[in-house]
Design a protein around this ligand. Structure first.
Ligand code: ADP
Length: 490
């Protein structure tokens, strides 16, 4: 759940939970309030709703009004009046009857009203006064009904309801409710804030710990935060960053190792021919080469060894240039098909002498225009073909060059039927100074830089290079070149 959604939910809960809880508490408190009023004032009729209370008093009041209109003299009869008052008492109410200026009934309510003058005059109220019309005192409610006695004198009935106990209880109810609402809000708010903040703060502090570990240089751990929210995404990005950082540091270490290995390899590869040269020169100096034939053999060996050193230095020089991206490529559009046909013509005789047949198979049709540096491309292909010849173990060697299109690329496969490469070492053949022969004997010659250089050149062309091989059956070296978009041959 996203943090945004979680915050929204908690906001809704912050609104709804207190409302629902308040309603529930309100209902229970309401019932308790009714019971409490009844318990404290057992004489008062038990009503459960305001409507019930209003209806009951209204019915009674309208009965009184009807009687006053039909039979006003009844309001002078003691017995009737006591009867009415008894009924009114069940609502905690009493009544006063006034004829002219005289109070004719209503002694029991004098404790509520101290002065008769406080009562409104005849006609001061509209005829049909609603029962909740007015308060004459905070705890008392007065309803007035005016009528005429048969002798024409003015009569008024005042119903006085003592709402004080209800009011006091109601006030208590409101106070309790208010306190409850505050408690509910504080608890809901606290709980939700704790939960939401916890779910945000906890993974954040985990992330902070991870950041500190990385700061200290410790990259060997996993940032594991499983949240499916923004923090989860942040952690994923963080983990990705840690992995890349670790990777680049590992690569740096690897480079460091490679550099060390490179130095030791160069020293070794230079030392071997130079030791031989030194030996032969000493032989000449000491007069060991005492015949012209011996002398020629010594000189030839020295020459061959100097050539080895020269080639190694050349390769190294080229590789370091490529490594520093200092080799400028002279890219132009060439027709690869024509290029191979010409190249094969050139190499054929040399290869025939070494019992190797070379064939070319164009599976790309007419569109064989690519962008390449012809000089460097030749270096790549000659390198691969030289390897195919070097590692040939069949009496009749066969090399096939196959051209295939692949989207915007052209794939070149150079396939031989030589000794092949073991599966566990095929991944290393493009590494600098990697040589399949662990003895590093000089039988086949080579510096172990050939394929590393070829791959670098192809990568400079924005291409890829890889190998497939079956041990004992042969090897295929593949590389890609970008197809020419312009289509013009330069
Ligand atoms: P080298 O100078 O040793 O030929 P390369 O970089 O050209 O160096 O090749 C690296 C290694 O890959 C070789 O030592 C050899 O073991 C292996 N290799 C390359 N090409 C072939 C091939 N066509 N057949 C068998 N092994 C090969």
């Amino acid at each position: 759940m996203s943090i945004r959604f979680r915050l929204l939910l908690s906001y809704i809960a912050l609104l709804l939970v207190p409302i629902i809880l308040t309603i529930i508490v309100g209902v229970f408190a309401g019932f308790y309030y009714i019971e409490d009023v009844h318990r404290n004032y057992p004489g008062i009729e038990k009503v459960h709703t305001m409507k019930q209370a209003v209806t009951k008093t209204e019915v009674l009041f309208s009965d009184i009004k009807k009687i006053s209109l039909r039979n006003p003299e009844k309001f002078l009869e003691e017995e009737f009046l006591n009867d009415v008052e008894e009924k009114l008492l069940t609502f905690n109410a009493a009544f006063i009857v006034r004829k002219g200026d005289q109070i004719t009934y209503g002694r029991s309510v004098f404790e509520y009203i101290s002065e008769t003058e406080e009562l409104p005059q005849f006609g001061e109220y509209v005829y049909d006064v609603p029962i909740t019309n007015d308060d004459i005192d905070e705890g008392l409610r007065l309803n007035q009904h005016d009528f005429y006695f048969t002798d024409g004198s003015e009569g008024s009935i005042f119903i006085i309801t003592n709402i004080e106990p209800m009011r006091r209880n109601f006030q208590e109810l409101i106070n309790t409710l208010m306190i409850t609402i505050v408690i509910i809000i504080v608890i809901t708010n606290g709980t939700l804030t704790y939960l939401v903040a916890g779910s945000i703060v906890k993974p954040l502090s985990k992330l902070k710990d991870s950041a500190n570990r990385i700061k200290e240089g410790d990259l060997d751990f996993e940032v594991k935060i499983n949240e499916k929210d923004e923090i989860g995404e942040l952690s994923q990005a963080f983990e990705e960053m840690r992995k890349r950082l670790k990777n680049s540091i590992d690569i740096q270490h690897q480079y460091e190792e490679n550099r060390k290995e490179l130095f030791s390899n160069i020293s070794h590869d230079l030392k071997t021919p130079i030791t031989t040269i030194k030996g032969y020169v000493e032989g000449i100096k000491d007069g060991v080469a005492d015949t012209p034939e011996k002398m020629e053999k010594y000189i030839n060996t020295i020459y061959a060894k100097t050539e080895d050193v020269d080639r190694l230095i050349d390769d190294l020089f080229l590789f370091s240039k490529l490594d520093l991206n200092k080799l400028p490529l002279h890219l132009k559009t060439i027709d690869l098909s024509k290029y191979f046909t010409d190249l094969l013509e050139e190499l054929k005789f040399d290869l025939e002498e070494k019992s190797v047949d070379i064939h070319y198979d164009n599976k790309a049709g007419d569109s064989t225009l690519v962008v390449a540096d012809v000089m460097q491309l030749k270096r790549v292909i000659v390198n691969i073909i030289e390897n195919a010849v070097k590692y040939m173990d069949k009496p009749q060697g066969i090399i096939n060059i196959i051209l295939r299109p692949d989207n915007g690329d052209m794939i070149v496969e150079i396939k031989d039927n030589g000794q092949g490469i073991p599966t566990d070492t095929i991944a290393f053949i493009f590494d600098r100074f990697y040589r399949g022969d662990p003895a590093r004997n000089t039988l086949t010659g080579g510096s172990g830089l050939g394929l590393a250089i070829a791959k670098k050149i192809i990568e400079e062309h924005d291409g890829r290079m890889w190998a497939e091989s079956v041990e004992g059956e042969g090897t295929s070296i593949f590389f890609t070149l970008k197809k020419s978009k312009s289509g013009d041959i330069a």
